[in-house]
Design a protein around this ligand. Structure first.
Ligand SMILES: Cc1ncc(COP(=O)(O)O)c(C=O)c1O
Length: 411
């Protein structure tokens, strides 16, 4: 199907050998969180068995080794997103925290009443709710751009929404519901054309697509480790160094200071200024191992594999009576297939599939405004990754059709 051998890669993921309800697990909830290869777990175990101590604080050998491992992980993230320098990578817990850090710190320092932030109706709540905080605190104006008929961001509407008060354009790399891949460079040019910053929610981009923050020309990019084969508890915010330099701290405490008196404190430079307290060192080590793994497979191959599986699933489901599909058809579509079965609640669809060992997600997918725009509060979502096989997609599609037939019998 693509240059990637999913069957061979699966051997690295022990969880994929288990059964659920007596059936082989088919894990199609990767947009929520991916599974982890042995290499990631083993890197974390090796770190704990051999090197663990607190970072940045000690003169002793273990502390130096832990610090080196942690800083090497920062370099890995920088390399992965093609950032010009590692010091502009800030470790966070996840994308949500990365976006909150940016909005609270940069937005809090630079945005005033009446300043405008442009998003789309298809954002994850992580790229909406932090802006709502600032709307309440500062009176900023949030403008949300709609979608075209084929579930792409309406770029004409986006351009029309920009003006002299626009300070930020913030949107997703790939939609976690529609699979739509945004034309980031084009949006960056539009944003920069009015002097606004361009922020990218890369929660679905970093795991599934090649990321080059320099060719995208964004000002900030947020990602989560757990969606890209890494552990939970670690993510990152990359931002241009000048942008980070202009941001005050987010949390106060150890590690982020230069000098402290009882009365006052001065702050460390970037990135330490944003990493108060003991960080998730083992998790950063795990994320670096995940990045090594993804780089060895090749992100172009991952993107091609995911997209080919989505095309295959969409081809099979398109035209199935009683099934509604969401999202665009085309090259700008990642490995996410969101759908509804007429008259069946998506939670029931997910439960029926789970009975066959197939894990999908159902609900609003943390994108309630998008649900409103699509006219459906909830939907079912299958999301693929590098270990998903065509055979699994076949079994998923067959189960969807069986579920439709099962519920039709009671209609
Ligand atoms: C597009 C998008 N943005 C943000 C997030 C939030 O990610 P996290 O829960 O890892 O912070 C998600 C998670 O599903 C997502 O899909």
């Amino acid at each position: 199907m693509s240059g990637l051998d999913a069957r061979a890669l699966r051997r690295d993921f022990p969880i994929l050998e288990r059964t659920v309800h007596g059936r082989p697990l088919i894990y199609l909830d990767n947009a929520a969180s991916s599974q982890k290869p042995r290499q990631v777990v083993e890197a974390m175990v090796a770190y704990y068995y051999n090197h663990h101590a607190n970072v940045h604080r000690g003169a002793h050998t273990l502390s130096t080794e832990a610090t080196d491992a942690y800083e090497a992980a920062r370099t890995s993230v920088a390399r992965f997103v093609h950032a010009p320098e590692a010091r502009s990578v800030v470790f966070t817990r996840n994308t949500t925290e990365a976006l909150n850090l940016f909005v609270s710190s940069w937005g809090g320092a630079h945005l005033r009443e009446g300043d405008e932030v442009v998003v789309t109706v298809a954002e994850h709540h992580a790229n909406l709710v932090p802006w709502h905080f600032l709307k309440r605190a500062r009176g900023i104006v949030i403008k949300a751009v709609g979608l075209t008929e084929d579930d792409r961001v309406d770029l004409d509407a986006l351009e029309a929404a920009l003006g002299e008060r626009t300070r930020v354009v913030s949107t997703f790399h790939m939609s976690n519901v529609l699979g739509t891949i945004n034309p980031l460079r084009r949006i960056a040019d539009l944003a920069h054309g009015v002097g606004a910053l361009f922020v990218v929610d890369g929660a679905q981009g970093a795991p599934h697509l090649p990321v080059d923050v320099q060719s995208i020309d964004c000002d900030a990019y947020a990602l989560s480790g757990h969606k890209m084969l890494g552990p939970t508890g670690v993510g990152a915010l990359w931002a241009r160094a000048e942008v980070l330099e202009s941001m005050p701290p987010f949390l106060g405490g150890g590690e982020m200071i230069r000098k402290v008196t009882v009365e006052d404190s001065s702050y460390a430079g970037i990135p330490a200024r944003f990493e108060a307290g003991t960080p998730a060192v083992a998790e950063a080590v795990g994320l670096a191992a995940a990045i090594d793994y993804l780089e060895a497979v090749g992100m172009e191959a991952v993107a091609e594999h995911d997209a080919a599986l989505a095309r295959y699933a969409l081809d099979r489901l398109d035209g199935v009576d009683g099934v509604t599909l969401y999202g665009p058809h085309g090259d700008d579509r990642g490995g996410i297939v969101t759908f509804n079965i007429d008259g069946v609640h998506p939670h029931d669809v997910a439960t029926a599939l789970d009975a066959e060992g197939i894990a999908i997600r159902s609900g609003h997918h943390c994108a309630q405004p998008l649900g409103r725009a699509l006219g459906t509060a909830a939907s079912a979502r299958a999301s693929f990754y590098l270990y998903t096989t065509e055979d699994e997609v076949d079994r998923f599609v067959d189960a969807v059709v069986r579920t439709r037939d099962f519920f039709a019998a009671f209609a």
